[in-house]
Design a protein around this ligand. Structure first.
Ligand code: GLC
Length: 799
């Protein structure tokens, strides 16, 4: 590969050049302490929520620059030359290699005869660890000074964004016992109203007693200088002073001499404890004086990722699909869940509902992790159910619902309730634990009710409130957030929502019908659901099919969106693919809609969200028409929508078409040319790539935080490989390319492990002839769930 490649076992992405088109980033996180790190050591850290508790500085230009970051400066005291062990920001390196792995990143680089290697990880006890190795590769003695550099914020990003001068006024740093200790006396409380002492104490410590330290960034960098040439390093001097109310920094200085071929190892650890917890603080400082303890934390992080990722694995004839499902996409799903979609290089968390976060996205991640960590998924689902009002409106924008950061907007996305139902149904299929429906969950405005009530309250306005044609209202957007102008006056209707509500009602009929038959109010409710589902099926099929494809919506002005006569936005992807997923269209029409979608929308990089792109802003349609043509929802190739397409093709029994769409989207296994064009991490799904109408057709945007990952994992395993827990047993229903002769899946389910081998001797794309469980031939299509918590061998013969 041009820039890098996967390791042979697929578990690391190895980058060979530092000049990648964008910084290629890994997330190091334990679910609380989050640290983003690029292949050159740029990145920032925060605790729980980026806005409340930034730890290190983020900056606004991170995409274009190599700063800020987790830097180690090296200074050759014979020549006065300065460079960085992690490469950024000086960007000097003769040999470079970075390895992104699960929970860690290692950057190795050699310059001036000094080989450096730093491995970064985040420990279970809320600390970012740098394990540093420096080696003199030459035959002469070397005299170096080494400086660590972490630019601090310590709470309250909004101050930082407004202007650091005031934000810094409340911070304080001291050097004690070979550690720098930091605090901030005044930050915004999570409710956004009052001010509190920052509830954490920061410590930065090292296993190698330093020869000096600096706590003031301005002194370190010096006037009229930049991080390329900081004064402290150039002049080899630090102030050894604490800092009250000035630009905060944690930097250690070590003066190190190296005999020929000598190497040295040490750690730098940046962690948090609760403010005032002096016991925890002393314990951490004592612990991290030892390099060995830091090493043990790295080993622990690596072991726990291995356990998590290797719980559910597949082996197919497609090596890259295996690497994707077994490792990187699954890793991405877990990372998305662990961060609660809080921040990436593109989005801050200030309005997560219109960015990466938000109700439906967090639920989507919960579904994604279900099969590998059902208890965690449950926690996310129940937490989200508590993020709604007792009148049924969801709090769509939720920076960090688990720590009760107040929502920034209520009820403006109409589809949220159905995503909650889907997640709950998925959870019951996975675990069998339908008691979740009766779990008492409180609303944001007080009262407590069983979870099923939350769902039905959320669905009420979709069932009872209808537009002129009888479709659900579009409001300020459905799945397509950017279609936010067409229904804002309460008249516009969404065809896609008509399909989605039909899907939700069908699901509710099944789930509530089975598990809540004893509740008197459920029966009449389900009768209403049934009538409404039938009505929606009729309306969608009779009024929203234009002879070739499904139209997208009707706006407040009564105009159609996504129909043949529209000059722009004449064809939208969502209703075509969801006509199949929801089952609202019959098989013939569903297939016709998918074929039409490919005919109108397919590019070499996947299907565009719509065509042609909007060129002028039309407030009566929404912000979608203001985005640059070919970008964002305005006719970009939206990754998640393509994966919806993949699932639709698989449901229609066309495994080859399904995989074709998937291959257009996933970077795993892409050619060098595509990677260079796409620009983003070759091991991470992105939100979209630019469409035809953009000058940068094929360029990727917005890495990491996208529901694409969850849908790839779920879609490939459940619909392509067809290993699907249902409410009535484990269904094996492959929808694969004909050339596949066999595949294997290790599937944990309800405490048992199923080792499934699917053989395809006659090279069909669908159809199961025989199933053997532990050697016994099955007479039913669905395998009853085992209750013995043992391993079971399943052999499936297609034909
Ligand atoms: C973004 C949002 C997601 C939304 C999609 C389409 O990816 O995070 O929730 O459905 O855009 O608008």
């Amino acid at each position: 590969m041009h820039y890098g490649h996967f390791s042979d076992n697929g578990k690391e992405y190895i980058i060979r050049r530092w000049d990648t088109p964008k910084p290629w980033v890994n997330y190091l996180t334990n679910g609380r302490f989050h640290s983003m790190i690029s292949h050159i050591g740029s990145g920032h850290s925060y605790y729980l929520d980026f806005e409340l508790n930034p730890i290190t500085f983020r900056g606004n230009q991170q995409l274009l620059e190599a700063v800020p970051g987790k830097f180690l400066y090296l200074r050759d005291n014979e020549t006065d030359e300065v460079w960085n062990a992690n490469v950024a920001p000086c960007m000097k390196s003769e040999h470079f290699e970075a390895r992104h792995g699960f929970g860690y990143t290692t950057i190795s680089s050699t310059y001036n005869g000094i080989a450096a290697r730093i491995t970064y990880c985040v420990s279970e006890d809320d600390a970012e660890i740098w394990l540093v190795e420096l080696a003199n590769t030459t035959d002469r003695k070397r005299d170096l000074s080494v400086f660590s550099y972490s630019e601090l914020v310590m709470g309250e990003y909004s101050f930082e964004a407004l202007g650091p001068w005031f934000a810094h006024a409340m911070s304080s740093l001291r050097f004690e016992n070979d550690a720098i200790l930091g605090t901030k006396k005044f930050v915004k409380a999570p409710d956004g109203k009052s001010a509190i002492h920052w509830p954490y104490s920061l410590y930065v410590t090292t296993s190698l007693p330093p020869d000096g330290y600096e706590t003031n960034r301005d002194k370190f960098v010096g006037m009229y200088r930049t991080l390329l040439n900081p004064r402290a390093v150039a002049e080899n001097s630090v102030s050894n002073q604490g800092n009250d109310g000035e630009s905060p920094l944690a930097s250690f200085k070590w003066d190190l001499t190296f005999a020929p071929k000598e190497s040295k190892e040490f750690s730098v650890v940046t962690g948090l404890v609760s403010f005032g917890d002096t016991h925890a603080l002393s314990a951490r400082l004592a612990k991290y004086k030892s390099l060995d303890n830091a090493r043990k934390e790295l080993a622990r992080v690596q072991a726990s990722w291995k356990t998590l990722l290797e719980r559910f694995t597949v082996q197919t004839p497609d090596r890259f699909l295996d690497i994707d499902v077994n490792y990187w996409t699954k890793y991405q799903v877990v990372i998305n869940a662990l961060t609660w979609r809080n921040i990436n290089n593109y989005y801050g968390c200030f309005d997560p509902g219109s960015g990466a976060g938000g109700f439906r996205n967090i639920l989507c991640d919960a579904e994604g992790i279900l099969a590998i960590d059902p208890a965690d998924a449950r926690h996310r689902i129940v937490t989200l159910a508590g993020y709604m009002m007792s009148d049924g409106r969801m709090a769509h924008s939720t920076p960090r619902p688990d720590i009760h950061v107040p929502p920034t907007s209520i009820g403006h996305k109409v589809d949220d309730a159905i995503w909650l139902l889907i997640a709950v149904e998925d959870y019951i299929r996975e675990t069998g634990e339908h008691a979740i429906l009766r779990e008492e969950v409180s609303y944001l405005d007080g009262p407590t009710e069983p979870l099923w009530k939350h769902i039905t309250k959320g669905m009420a306005r979709l069932v009872n409130v209808k537009g002129q044609r009888g479709l659900p209202l579009l409001g300020t957007g459905d799945w397509n957030d950017a279609l936010n102008g067409a229904g804002k006056n309460g008249i516009g209707e969404s065809v896609w929502m008509g399909m989605f509500v039909f899907y939700g009602l069908t699901m509710a009929l099944d789930v509530f019908g089975r598990f809540l038959p004893d509740i008197p109010e459920v029966k009449p409710l389900l009768a209403r659901y049934k009538t409404r589902a039938e009505e929606l099926k009729r309306i969608v099929n009779d009024q929203c099919w234009n002879g070739e494809y499904f139209i997208r919506a009707f706006d407040d002005r009564g105009e159609t969106i996504g129909d043949k006569h529209c000059k722009e936005g004449a064809f939208y992807i969502e209703p075509q693919v969801w006509s199949v997923i929801t089952g609202i269209a019959d098989a013939t029409r569903g297939l016709a809609a998918l074929e039409a979608a490919e005919k109108h929308l397919l590019t070499p990089y996947g299907m565009q969200l719509l065509t042609p792109a909007y060129t002028e802003y039309d407030p009566g349609i929404g912000v979608i028409s203001a985005f640059g043509p070919g970008t964002h929802e305005n006719a970009a190739v939206f990754s998640q929508a393509n994966i919806f397409g993949m699932v639709a093709w698989a449901m229609a029994g066309k495994g080859d078409r399904a995989l074709n769409l998937y291959k257009c989207i996933t970077p795993i296994g892409m050619s060098d040319e595509r990677i260079a064009l796409r620009e983003l991490e070759p091991f991470v799904q992105c939100q979209y790539v630019d469409g035809h109408a953009s000058q940068h057709f094929g360029r990727g945007a917005c890495h990491w935080l996208t529901g694409t990952a969850a849908w790839i994992f779920k879609g490939l395993t459940e619909w392509v490989l067809g290993i699907r827990p249902t409410l009535d047993g484990l269904l094996i229903d492959p929808s694969i390319p004909a050339e596949w002769a066999f595949y294997e899946v290790k599937r944990p389910l309800r405490g048992s492990i199923y080792n499934i081998r699917v053989e395809n001797p006659t090279h069909v794309t669908r159809g199961v002839k025989e199933i053997f469980v532990d050697g016994k031939k099955m007479t039913t299509a669905r395998i009853p769930f085992a209750t013995d918590k043992k391993k079971h061998e399943v052999r499936v013969i297609m034909g």
